[in-house]
Design a protein around this ligand. Structure first.
Ligand code: FAD
Length: 482
């Protein structure tokens, strides 16, 4: 393993203490960036393992729709999941997702590896940056509250006229993972809280008429693990984003018939250009369901009807959830818009003392987490300054208007897609990061991989990627690592 590029700062900046909630990819890179900036950090993690959503479990919840489970399971992965982004795009910028950094822990060297490889990568990252001593496992954050009212000043930079609050973070231990030990609550006072609790564990299920009298099984993808139980069944999968498409292909391999529904499709079109060549004659694309019937039938927009459906799988996404945030923080979730958050990260009147990593979706998450974390860490130490509160609020307002003018519903507020590369670049510039310009291969590989996924949704993971782009990515990763 090469040497770790530690770049602790000179001591001119203010060193703070921060609590990071969650030890998934976002929390881990947050811890690294905070430590690099000279802060001290406590990561509080509910489970007993680092890696977050990548810590796969066979276990599912008592309520298959995930509305009121007796015990919430964090990971939403399915057993045979392979990543949907090339590993080169998933990697943190200076820690290549390859044998260089993972050594013998790598289990799958493909460009689109199985999920176990991602967990191995995150654990290699944890070890390489000596993060484990900073993580408290089995600690569930239950309450986060500012210790004095937030300021109303015009500066967000923490000067005397507009101080940021300190925080009290309460967490419980002893009741997670089925432990018999009695729960106890502890408290930490801290200068900053970075919320990295993940956004793929609280299922969203649409209220389709007839849902409560439909006689078949209904589950959310959060509680889907593998296809065996679907053998010979007639299955409707609602939602055709990444998981919905993947799971439809898996289920179609054993089911009698599968109907995959998307808001944007007309009735009865085939999925993917290679549909018939692959012989997936039992997989049909449909418009969204409008009514579920007590005899097991489903009526779709446009009037098509199918009968005797045994199972409905909701691939309808997840809701943001921050059950621990005190109302005094002034942050709310409205139709899956978290607000107010400047650049999808900071609450303007709280400066860098409260931040959210990883709200944006349809992105390459790890590089975005990394850029967000560096920005927050450097704002916290006052190495860099933030705009005034008014300017930050105006920026949020501009983005909201943009969302409105695109005729997007509020729940798309954090859907960035291609634009997240601009955000990463902007964050790097703000952070005065030495590699602020984004290497061209990143956007190019993102586009190329997206195009392959669109034309070959079942096979794209095994289609070779552009060799020149991969070579550039590899050489870039090595340079940043050394
Ligand atoms: P998580 O990984 O969810 O981690 C959050 C952590 O916070 C968890 O460890 C949890 O236990 C902890 N936590 C939560 N609440 C509390 C609390 N109150 N107190 C203490 N700890 C708490 N991304 C890709 O880049 N490529 C892919 O191919 C890809 N595929 C995906 C497939 C599926 C099915 C899903 C669900 C997601 C996929 N993602 C993929 C996105 C993935 O979520 C992100 O890559 C990333 O791992 C999220 O990291 P995170 O740290 O934000 O959240």
């Amino acid at each position: 393993m090469g040497s770790i590029p530690w770049d602790y700062v000179s001591g001119q900046q203010t060193s703070k203490h921060a609590v990071v909630i969650g030890a998934g990819a976002a929390g881990l890179v947050a811890a690294r960036e905070l430590l690099r900036e000279g802060h001290s950090v406590t990561v509080l993690e509910s489970s007993s393992i680092a890696g977050g959503v990548w810590a796969y479990t066979d276990e599912v919840e008592s309520d298959p729709l995930g509305a009121q489970p007796e015990k919430r399971i964090h990971s939403s992965l399915y057993r045979d999941l392979r990543v949907n982004l090339p590993r080169q795009l998933m990697a943190f910028a200076d820690f290549p997702f390859s044998s260089q950094t993972m050594n013998s822990t790598s289990v799958d060297s493909r460009d689109y590896p199985c999920h176990q490889e991602v967990l191995a990568y995150l654990q290699a990252f944890t070890n390489a940056y000596h993060l484990r001593p900073h993580i408290r496992f089995g600690a569930t954050v239950v309450h986060v509250s500012p210790l004095f009212p937030a300021c109303n000043g015009t500066s967000a930079n923490g000067d005397d006229s507009a101080p940021w609050p300190r925080w009290q973070v309460s967490f419980s231990t002893g009741q997670q993972d089925g432990s018999q030990a009695a729960a106890s609550t502890s408290h930490i006072e801290t200068d900053a809280v970075l919320v990295c609790n993940g956004h793929y564990r609280d299922p969203m299920v649409p209220a389709i008429p007839g849902r409560h009298t439909f006689p078949g099984q209904q589950l959310h993808t959060h509680n889907y693990r593998s296809n065996e139980a679907f053998t010979g069944k007639r299955v409707c999968v609602i939602g055709a984003m990444a998981s919905g498409i993947d799971i439809s292909f898996e289920i179609a391999a054993v089911a009698d018939q599968v109907w995959l529904c998307s808001r944007t499709w007309p009735d009865t079109v085939s999925i993917g250009e290679e549909h018939s060549a692959l012989g997936i004659v039992n997989l049909h694309a449909m418009s969204p369901p409008e009514e579920l019937h007590p005899d097991g039938g489903i009526t779709f927009r446009g009037g098509s009807h199918i009968r005797a459906v045994n199972v409905i799988v909701y691939a309808t996404g997840y809701r943001y959830s921050f059950p621990f945030l005190d109302a005094k923080c002034g942050v709310s979730v409205n139709n899956n818009r978290v607000g107010p958050v400047y650049k999808h990260t900071l609450v303007p009147h709280l400066g860098p003392s409260l931040s959210f990593l990883g709200l944006p979706f349809k992105v390459a998450p790890f590089p975005l987490f990394e850029a967000q974390a560096r920005w927050v860490a450097r704002a916290l130490s006052k190495r860099i300054s933030l705009p005034s509160i008014d300017d930050m609020l105006a920026d949020i307002e501009r983005w909201d208007q943009d969302v409105h003018s695109r005729s997007w519903p509020l729940r798309y507020t954090h859907m960035l897609g291609d634009e997240h590369w601009d955000l990463i670049e902007w964050l790097n510039i703000q952070s005065e990061h030495n590699t602020s310009a984004l290497p061209e291969w990143r956007r190019a590989l993102w586009q190329a991989a997206g195009a392959q996924r669109a034309v070959a949704p079942q096979k794209y993971r095994d289609i070779p990627l552009n060799a020149d782009l991969l070579a550039e990515a590899a050489s870039d990763g090595i340079k940043a690592w050394h």
